[in-house]
Design a protein. Structure first.
Length: 102
């Protein structure tokens, strides 16, 4: 079972992830992103998540994408894997926002 992080470790890691915030036993971020770019980002996030065997809850809306991450195998507590996935999601969304859609 993955090791849950302490409150101090969570705060330290959140300080290095601008835009992410703790919401109970998860970390979340809302990205302002065009709908079609978000759909493409979701496909890439799903592929990377499958490869690392750690998944985010994703909520797609017309003008934004919300990601929520927690470790289910640790009793829905935050672990180092959640912060690794958050960094990957940041990079994926940034890459898809840079792509021209028209």
């Amino acid at each position: 079972m993955p090791e849950p992080l302490t409150h101090e470790q969570i705060a330290e890691r959140l300080a290095g992830l601008p835009g992410w915030e703790q919401d109970g036993d998860a970390i979340t971020r809302t990205f302002e992103i065009r709908y079609h770019a978000a759909v493409a980002a979701i496909v890439t996030i799903a592929d990377r998540s499958r490869r690392i065997q750690h998944h985010a809850d994703l909520d797609l809306r017309i003008d934004h994408l919300r990601a929520s991450v927690t470790t289910h195998d640790a009793g829905n507590r935050l672990t180092a894997a959640d912060f690794d996935l958050a960094q990957r999601i940041d990079a994926i969304v940034a890459a898809h926002q840079a792509l021209p859609l028209d």
